[in-house]
Write a protein that binds this ligand. Structure first.
Ligand SMILES: Cc1cc2nc3c(=O)[nH]c(=O)nc-3n(C[C@H](O)[C@H](O)[C@H](O)COP(=O)(O)OP(=O)(O)OC[C@H]3O[C@@H](n4cnc5c(N)ncnc54)[C@H](O)[C@@H]3O)c2cc1C
Ligand code: SF4
Length: 338
C-alpha cells in the first residue's frame, strides 16, 4: 500500500471541506485523490491491490450519529448512508413494507461484511471486473483511461450484456442499488453548497467513452441518505449466482408491483448482474401495467427486458438466465401474501 494521510471528520462540513481540499477540481469522486472511508470493505481492498491510490482518506464514521438512522414513517422511508447493511436488512418495518430492500441486502456479501459495510459504500463500490482489479493488466479504460479493454476479447463470463460501450463492458456489481432503482428512490447528496436531491437513477453513469467516470458525484460530495416514497410490500429481489452464499450476481431482478383486484396497476422492474449500471427495464414494465398476470405475460416481459442485450463469447448465457430470473421474480411478487 502507498502512504496516505488519514483524518477523522467530526461533522459533515469538515468531511466535505477535507475531501474538497485534497481533490483535483475536475476529478470525479470515484477517481479523486481524497476518498471517504465508511466500512472500508471495498476501499481498503482496492488500496491493497493498488487499484485505488488516494493521497487522503477522510473517515466519515463519526458522522454515523446523524447519518445512520433507519426512518420508516407513513409513506416515506429515509435511510441514512452510514446505516449498516445488516441493520437495514434485519429491520422489521423494512422487511414488512420493503422486502425488496431487505432481501437485496441479505443476499449481498457475507454476514461479517454486512456488519461492517454501509449503504453509501455499497452503492459506491467499484466493478469486480478482474482486469480492473489486477493492475498487471494495462488495458483497462476504467482504471487507465485510453488504454483499451482487456475484457472485450478476454474472459468475459461475468460481464455486462446491457448498457455496454466499445470502451467498457464491466457490470455494476451491487445488489441494493437495484432495489433503489425499482423503488424510484432519491439520493440525498451533501456538498459544499449544502444538500441536493437527485433521482437515484441519475447517480450512476453508463460507460460510454468515459468509463472512468462512474457517478455524477462531484469531488467533495458525499451521499448522506436515500429516500423512498410510498410503501411496497409486494416486492421481491431474486438473485442467481454461482453458489448460494457470498457471491456476486450473475443475474438479478428487483420487482415491485401494485396489484388491485387481480390487475397490475403499477410495476417496477430493475436488473442486476447483467448491466453496466443499475438497470431499469422500462419497456418491460409498460407491458405489465393494466394487465392480469399469467405465465405468457411473464415471458413477454422477460423478453422485452433483454430485447437490447448484446452478449459476447462467454456471457451470452446471461440473456437466457436473466429472462428466467425476471419471470420467476414476477411470479413470486404476484403470489406474495401481503
Ligand atoms: C468478498 C466480497 C463479496 C461481496 N459480495 C457482494 C455482493 O454479493 N453484493 C454486494 O452488493 N456487495 C458485495 N460486496 C461488496 C460490499 O457490499 C461492499 O464492500 C460494501 O457494501 C461497501 O461498503 P463500505 O461501507 O465498506 O464502503 P467503503 O469500502 O468504505 O467505501 C466504498 C467506496 O464508497 C465510497 N463511499 C463510502 N461511503 C460514501 C458516501 N457516504 N458517499 C460517497 N462515497 C462513499 C468510498 O470512498 C469508496 O470509494 C462484497 C465484498 C467483498 C469483499
Ligand atoms: S470491462 Fe471495463 S473495467 Fe473491465 S477491463 Fe474493460 S474497461 Fe476495464
Amino acid at each position: 500500500m502507498r502512504p496516505f494521510s488519514y483524518q477523522r471528520a467530526s461533522d459533515p462540513d469538515m468531511a466535505v471541506q477535507a475531501l474538497s481540499a485534497a481533490a483535483a477540481a475536475n476529478n470525479p469522486l470515484t477517481q479523486a485523490a481524497a476518498q471517504p472511508l465508511a466500512g472500508g470493505t471495498t476501499l481498503i481492498d482496492l488500496m491493497k491491490l493498488d487499484v485505488m491510490r488516494p493521497a487522503a482518506i477522510v473517515d466519515i464514521n463519526p458522522l454515523a450519529r446523524g447519518w445512520s438512522a433507519i426512518e420508516p414513517g407513513g409513506d416515506k422511508l429515509r435511510l441514512g448512508a452510514l446505516a449498516k447493511m445488516s441493520d437495514v436488512a434485519a429491520h422489521d418495518g423494512i422487511q414488512r413494507d420493503y422486502p425488496v430492500i431487505a432481501n437485496s441486502l441479505k443476499l449481498a456479501a457475507s454476514a461479517q461484511l454486512r456488519n461492517m459495510a454501509t449503504l453509501g459504500g455499497n452503492v459506491m463500490q467499484r466493478t469486480r471486473c478482474s482486469y480492473f482489479r489486477d493492475v498487471s493488466y494495462e488495458n483497462c479504460n476504467k482504471r487507465n483511461p485510453g488504454s483499451g479493454c482487456a475484457a472485450m476479447d478476454g474472459v468475459n463470463r461475468m460481464h455486462a450484456v446491457l448498457g455496454t460501450s466499445d470502451h467498457c463492458i464491466a457490470t455494476y456489481p451491487g445488489d441494493f442499488a437495484q432495489a433503489l432503482i425499482a423503488l424510484d428512490a432519491t439520493v440525498e447528496i451533501t456538498g459544499r453548497s449544502g444538500t441536493r436531491n437527485v433521482p437515484f437513477a441519475e447517480l450512476h453513469k453508463a460507460p460510454g467513452s468515459t468509463p472512468d467516470i462512474e457517478t455524477t458525484l462531484q469531488p467533495g460530495e458525499l451521499i448522506s441518505a436515500f429516500v423512498i416514497t410510498g410503501r411496497w410490500p409486494r416486492s421481491v429481489y431474486l438473485k442467481a449466482r454461482d453458489r448460494q452464499s457470498y457471491e456476486f450476481a450473475l443475474s438479478s431482478a428487483a420487482v415491485a408491483l401494485d396489484v388491485q383486484d387481480g390487475t397490475i396497476k403499477d410495476a417496477r422492474v430493475a436488473l442486476g448482474g447483467v448491466a453496466t449500471v443499475p438497470w431499469r427495464a422500462r419497456e418491460a414494465e409498460a407491458l405489465l401495467k393494466g394487465q392480469k398476470f399469467d405465465d405468457g405475460l411473464a415471458q413477454r416481459v422477460a423478453d422485452a427486458a433483454f430485447a437490447d442485450a448484446r452478449g459476447r463469447q462467454h456471457n451470452n448465457f446471461k440473456i437466457a438466465l436473466g429472462k428466467r430470473v425476471v419471470a420467476r421474480a414476477l411470479q413470486q411478487a404476484v403470489t406474495m401474501e401481503i
